[in-house]
Design a protein around this ligand. Structure first.
Ligand code: ZN
Length: 126
């Protein structure tokens, strides 16, 4: 077995890889989801200590599901009628989807939107 010159100590066996999250990962790792009921906003705290507020209306308008954002050339719900109807911007519940996203349930019953953390971070910075 050949040991390269870049292996000081010459220890055999698999290389040790550092798996510390980089700063860019902390930016996309939420540590808390909360609500501002008066301001009607989702409040997200991120791994880099940034705190972002996303208004319910803006969150609903950005729903990435096929119905809202369209698919296969069909326009999405808000492309046809950009007006929010009662309940559509009333956040009823949220839950985590794996380690990558957030599912939102709205008061009108709509619950197919999964917001990736990347999308949420972008919405919070908008
Ligand atoms: Zn949707």
């Amino acid at each position: 077995m050949a040991v390269g010159a870049d292996a000081p100590g010459g220890s055999a066996g698999p290389r040790i890889l550092e798996a510390m999250p980089e700063e860019s990962d902390a930016r996309l790792q939420p540590t808390q989801f909360a609500y501002d009921e008066v301001g009607r906003a989702l409040v997200i705290t991120w791994g880099d200590d940034a705190v972002q507020r996303i208004g319910f209306a803006g969150l609903r308008l950005a729903c990435p599901c096929a119905v809202c954002s369209g698919e296969f050339g069909r326009p999405g719900r808000f492309a046809v009628d950009p007006e929010l109807h009662p309940g559509e911007d009333e956040l009823a519940d949220i839950s985590l989807v794996g380690m990558y996203g957030l599912n939102a349930v709205w008061a009108d019953g709509h619950n197919t939107g999964i917001y990736t953390f990347e999308l949420l971070r972008r919405l919070g910075e908008a």
